[in-house]
Write a protein that binds this ligand. Structure first.
Ligand SMILES: Nc1ncnc2c1ncn2[C@@H]1O[C@H](COP(=O)(O)OP(=O)(O)O)[C@@H](O)[C@H]1O
Ligand SMILES: [Mg+2]
Length: 432
């Protein structure tokens, strides 16, 4: 018999179901009946929302995967160097997603909590569903006392930290009974590959906010304000980029989780599919149809796509857009994150991440591309056009001067200003 381990999945202390991981690598996500039948259940993913046409049917099925975990869960894990660092310190392989999830389960992005189950705690109904007589073949994944946890998704080195009096402490991931240890800031440390990414991101996010983009609090913090960072390679740069987590909220003296999911999760795609598997029409259509305020969210979404073009950010892929479930049930477009001038690092870069009206080339995008995007998304153009005009107006009148005041490296500013001259006349911005 193939041995297995089980994780209990909860959302806001409600049982969602169990993830069963077999030694062979196969794993099954089984929803609890009490979750599946509850018409006012908290939303785990848009496809499980009671209003989603097939949700009842989907929740009755076993979600099986033969390697790695389901995209809904896989997208909660770090990618790249961060995953390697984690796998190394856990002495496991980067492909052992079930184990990574077991160890990071108390501090995942959003509000899902995964807890390793002891064999004696496995519910009888679950044993039956798995066709087991008893729990003899079940192993518990031993919780490891990680000195540091870094369960954030994404590529760049980043840490969830808790701020107190201007110092930042690595979050311990809610190891205690309460969740007072959860981090409320994401700290992105400087890159050893690209110069001054934190200054770039801080500057680009600031310009985005000026053009009407909704962003969380951001700061630049000195590296010596960061306590107990794990041993990582750092370049000779002094500052990190800090952004307040919108999936954590201060509440009665502690910090509580707010659920979120990125659009790779919404569309059931793996992280590796984040560039190719969808387009901006699909995101627009979903926001318009399912958001608690579809009109406001597609207006904000259109502004953001335009700002990404204007700021030469080629990285607005599926994982850089999220839904936030502040009331536990209803999706809204989350605040913006991960906006930076990627053209500063990639010579000759000229494309955004996903298709907009069948085009990925910044310099071919025009107002007409957005009109076609809105048509294809089923969104009335008259709802969108004034927001694009306003975004452009702000960018043209305020950015040239605002850019001068930003900490971004001069050569990166020059790359951005050169980009502005190359844009379609509809979007061109005069030099400051
Ligand atoms: N302010 C925030 N609040 C909550 N989650 C965030 C915030 N910023 C980023 N995230 C989450 O962390 C992930 C990684 O952050 P991101 O800035 O995209 O880093 P990277 O440059 O590595 O892609 C995002 O995909 C998102 O899930
Ligand atoms: Mg990202």
């Amino acid at each position: 018999m193939d041995r297995l381990s089980i994780l209990r999945l909860t959302l806001h202390d409600r049982l969602v179901g169990h993830l069963v991981g077999y030694r062979s690598g196969k794993n099954l996500l089984l929803f609890a009946e009490e979750f599946a039948w509850d018409p006012v259940r908290p939303t785990l993913s848009l496809i499980t929302h009671p209003r989603f046409p097939k949700s009842a049917e989907l929740l009755k099925r076993d979600w099986a995967r033969h390697h790695g975990v389901h995209p809904l869960l896989s997208n909660l894990l770090p990618e790249g160097a961060l995953r390697e660092l984690l796998a190394q310190s856990l002495k496991t392989h980067i492909d052992h997603e079930f184990e990574l999830l077991a160890w990071l389960g108390r501090d995942l992005p959003g509000a899902l909590v995964a807890t390793p189950l002891a064999p004696e705690d496995v519910p009888k109904t679950l044993l039956h569903r798995l066709a087991f007589e008893d729990s003899a073949d079940i192993e518990q994944i031993q919780p490891i006392d990680l000195a540091s946890k870094f369960s954030l998704a994404g590529i760049q080195m980043k840490f969830s930290m808790k701020e107190q009096d201007g110092r930042y402490n690595l979050a311990q991931g809610g190891t205690g009974s309460a969740d007072v240890d959860l981090g409320d800031w994401i700290i992105k440390t400087p890159s050893t590959r690209h110069a001054q990414v934190p200054l770039n991101e801080y500057s680009a996010m600031t310009l985005a906010a000026i053009a009407g983009i909704d962003i969380p609090d951001i700061r630049l913090v000195e590296l010596d304000q960061l306590e107990n960072l794990p041993p990582i390679n750092l370049p000779l740069e002094k500052q990190a980029f800090a952004i307040r987590r919108f999936d954590r909220r201060h509440y009665q003296g502690g910090i509580e989780r707010v659920h979120m999911e990125d659009f790779a999760q919404v569309l059931v795609k793996y992280p590796r599919e984040k560039y190719g598997a969808a387009n901006y029409e699909q995101i627009g259509r979903i926001l318009y149809q399912y958001s608690g305020d579809g009109i406001a969210d597609v207006q904000q979404f259109a502004r953001r796509i335009l700002v990404n073009i204007l700021l030469a950010n080629g990285d607005a892929h599926l994982k850089n857009w999220s839904l936030l479930y502040s009331d536990r049930v209803t999706p809204r477009l989350s605040p913006a994150y991960d906006i930076l001038t990627t053209r500063a690092y990639i010579d000759g870069e000229r494309s955004f991440a996903l298709n907009l009206a069948d085009n990925k080339d910044w310099y071919r995008a025009s107002m007409d591309s957005f009109r076609r995007w809105s048509d294809k998304s089923g969104i009335p153009w008259r709802l969108i056009k004034p927001h694009l005009d306003d975004t452009l107006d702000m960018a043209r009148t305020r950015w040239p001067e605002a850019l001068q005041q930003q900490p971004m490296l001069e050569r990166h500013k020059d790359a951005l200003k050169a980009h502005w001259q190359q844009l379609h006349p509809d979007f061109r911005i005069r030099r400051g």
